[in-house]
Every structure is written in C-alpha cells, then in structure tokens.
Design a binder for this molecule. Structure first.
Ligand SMILES: Cc1ncc(COP(=O)(O)O)c(C=O)c1O
Length: 430
C-alpha cells in the first residue's frame, strides 16, 4: 500500500478506496480446468468440470442441436437478434414448463389448464441465473429465516444464497461410512430444527456432488415433511434427461411434489446446459408454483420476477432458447434429442461400470459399488484431499478436493490408467 504522502514516478497517490478488498479464493472447478489445460502431460485426464465429453475426450455438440441451428439459420429471420421480452420468450417458457412438469400438449384437460395457471415462469441466464433470481425473489417476498442446503451441495448454492442475504444452514446428506444418502440424518435435522417459512434446496436428480438421490419412498417422506412443517421446497433441476436418459424419471420428484401436494407452493430452477449441451448459451427458466389462490397471482408473480430481472440483466440471452424451442416444437428433432440424451447418459453409465470393474480387478482396498450406484455426471469417489492431490501430482488426473469426479472425463482409453492411479493412491497415500 502506498501512503498518502508517498509518490511513485512523481505521481502522488492516496490509498485506494479498495485497499481493504478481501482475498477471495477462486472457483475451484474453473481453476482446476485452467490447470488441466496448462498441463502438457500426454496422459492427463480431466475429471473436474461437469461437462459431457465423448469417448475421445472431446466436447459433443448434440446432433439434434446442430440440426436446430441449421434450421434457424436457413429461416434467416431478421428479428432473430432483437431483444426478448423481460420475462423471456413466452413460447420457450411454456415448452420448458411442460417438459419439467410433464404437461401433455395434446387433448388438454381442464384440470391441466388449471394446473398450468399455478405456475409463473421467467427465462433466466441458465440454471445459475434461475437459482439466483429465485433466491432474490424468495429473500424479498418469502423472507425465510433459513435456507437449508444439503451437506454437501453444489458449491455455488452457498454463494447464491449469501448474495441474496438469506442465512444458510445444512442438513446431513452424505454418510461417509456407508457412502450413501443419510436419509435418517436429513429427516431428523429438518424435523427438529427447520421452522415454518424456511426454504429447502433440493436437487431434482443427480445430486451434485454426491450422485446420490433419495428413493421415491424417501422423496414422498420429504414432501410430507415440507408440507407438514411449512418448509418451502426449492428444486434445482440441472440434469433432466441427462442423468437417467429419461426425461420423466429425472423429473419424478418435481412432478410428485407438484401433483401430489397441490396446496404446497414451491419453485424450480431449470437448466438446459447439460441436457442440450448448451453450456455457454445460458438457457434456463425459473418456475414459481403458487397454490392458484387467485386468478391474478401468477401474473403478479411474473411482474415481480421481471422487476428483479430488469434490474439485474434486462432479459436472458436469446440464441440458446431459440434452439431449445426449435427442438421441442419439432417432433422429429425432439425424438433425436431424446436419443442424444440416451447416448450421453449411457456412456456415463458405461464408464462408471468400467471404472468399477477395473478397481475390482485390481483388488483396490475398500468397496467401490457406490461408483455404479450413484446417478448422473458425478461420482463422489471417497478419495481424501491428500489422495486427490497425489492423483494430480503423480498422474496428472484432475478431480475436486472433495473427491468428486466427473465421470464423463473417463474414456475407454484412460479408464485403466485412472483405475491404476486410484489403486496406487488408495494403497499408498494416507
Ligand atoms: C446442481 C446444479 N445446479 C445448477 C447448475 C447450473 O448450471 P448452468 O448455470 O450452467 O445451467 C449446475 C451446473 O453444474 C449444477 O450442478
């Protein structure tokens, strides 16, 4: 720091108004990606960032997305770069909502029409933006005393709720001894400590980082608990269709809460980053589910959400949502997209099995069934931070300090190498 009277190159300088800025640790996932890119080792492996990779370790623009892009370009619509409305593209939002909540587009029943009226939707800057807009909205209008996050949760949930100024607490989620979801611990804590009006963050499927989801029976118990105690469910849905390959299966929990607890209000942050491979396009939606108490509640909710959006970034970007809209309105493209989801989810499952088989073949100490039982993109391997460090330093294999590995970084070529590295660090690093 240069004091008031000091000069540098003849210019006198006051202390900066920002001299007391705190040091902030960089985002672990992106820092790891940079380190991986800078590493020249021929056998390096990236198991850090949650992005889909092919068996050649390459990004995969989905064929259905490519076709949608080609069609959009051929249409040469001169309005294609115009502003969207503040709430976003209403047609896209209807399609995104129908996909999430499972509404049929043919032969609509009066009950379905009514159910749709409960949902206020706005387009967001992908899933992160949906989480953020939702957190701000709840902070302003629900004013929860506490947001309950699973322990552990996606690291960004912490930042998002801190920015919204809502105090956080955690409920147990990961049982390290059994490498499973600690359902009893979660229920006990919420039962004893959560207060009416609190909110709870629930991962709709493919829990990040553990890959462990509640069973259907457990989801039912969680829904009962939320209803009984008046806890507001906030679903984060970042992996619909990507986790299991089935759009229905991955939306089961959201749809159960919505259909079976019609009096309970809730919300959903929806992302199209993973299931459409549109990571950089930032396509998402936030859906607030009201109880339908009055005909204008939905509209008021949209207006209030728009107020937040206008002040934050005016409106979401357009190109990605045009692509998703094209896919979801064209039966053939939608069928191709569902095939693409199957390609991605099947490859990930195959890699889980390959890693598991290899560890068993090597006789690696410990149990490894969790690798095949976990769901979605991530595996919580159970490796310690020291073992993770050794994986990087000795083998140039990059995963998060928590032991979370993005399974999509595995390929038929590198899986044996990764298994041998795990075997070595498990045997030799405390
Ligand atoms: C649990 C969870 N929520 C939300 C997101 C949001 O991702 P995006 O902002 O790319 O849609 C992610 C992505 O990694 C995630 O894992």
């Amino acid at each position: 720091m240069i004091a008031d009277s000091e000069t540098q190159a003849g210019v006198s300088r006051k202390p900066s108004l920002f001299s007391s800025l705190p040091q902030v640790a960089g985002d672990e996932i992106f820092a790891l990606s940079h380190a991986y890119i800078a590493d020249n080792h021929p056998q390096k492996v990236s198991l850090g960032i949650g992005v889909y990779r092919t068996n050649e370790g390459k990004p995969w623009p989905l064929p259905s997305v490519r076709k949608a892009e080609e069609q959009l370009l051929a249409e040469n619509d001169i309005t294609r770069h115009e502003y969207l409305a503040i709430e976003g593209d209403v047609k896209f939002l209807d399609l995104a909502r129908d996909l999430m909540f499972g509404f049929e587009d043919k032969n609509e029943s009066p009950a379905q029409q009514q159910a749709k009226q409960r949902i206020a939707s706005v387009q967001t800057v992908s899933g992160t933006g949906a989480n953020h807009v939702g957190a701000l909205f709840l902070a302003m209008y629900l004013k929860p005393k506490t947001i309950w996050l699973s322990n552990p949760s996606w690291a960004n949930h912490t930042a998002i709720w801190d920015l919204a100024g809502v105090p956080r607490k955690t409920y147990p989620y990961y049982n390290a001894a059994t490498r499973s979801f600690d359902f009893e611990g979660a229920m006990r804590t919420l039962e004893e400590e959560a207060q009416e009006g609190d909110a709870i963050l629930l991962h709709a499927c493919a829990h990040n980082p553990t890959g462990l989801d509640p069973t259907k029976e457990q989801w039912k118990a969680i829904a009962d608990l939320c209803e009984r105690k008046g806890i507001f469910p906030f679903f984060d849905s970042a992996y619909q269709g990507f986790a299991s390959g089935s759009l229905e299966e991955d939306a089961w929990a959201v749809r159960y809460f919505f259909n079976e607890k019609p009096g309970m209000e809730m919300c959903v942050a929806q992302s199209f980053s993973k299931n459409c491979g549109l990571y950089g396009q930032r396509v998402g939606a936030f859906h607030l589910v009201t109880n339908g108490e009055s005909p204008d509640l939905r509209e008021r909710a949209v207006k209030n959400l728009c107020h937040i959006i206008r002040g934050e970034y005016s409106m979401a970007p357009r190109h990605g949502s045009e692509i998703v809209k094209k896919i979801l309105t064209n039966e053939q493209l939608k069928a191709e997209w569902i095939q693409d989801l199957d390609v991605m989810s099947s490859r990930i499952k195959k890699m889980r099995k390959a890693l598991y088989d290899e560890l068993v073949r090597l006789g690696t100490p410990g149990t490894w069934e969790h690798i095949v039982k976990q769901n979605g993109m991530f595996s919580y391997t159970g490796l310690t931070p020291q073992q993770v460090l050794a994986m990087k330093e000795k083998y140039h294999i990059y995963l998060l300090k928590s032991g979370r590995a993005s399974v999509s970084g595995l390929t038929e070529k590198n899986v044996e190498y990764v298994a041998r590295a795990i075997d070595d660090v498990v045997r030799n690093v405390a």
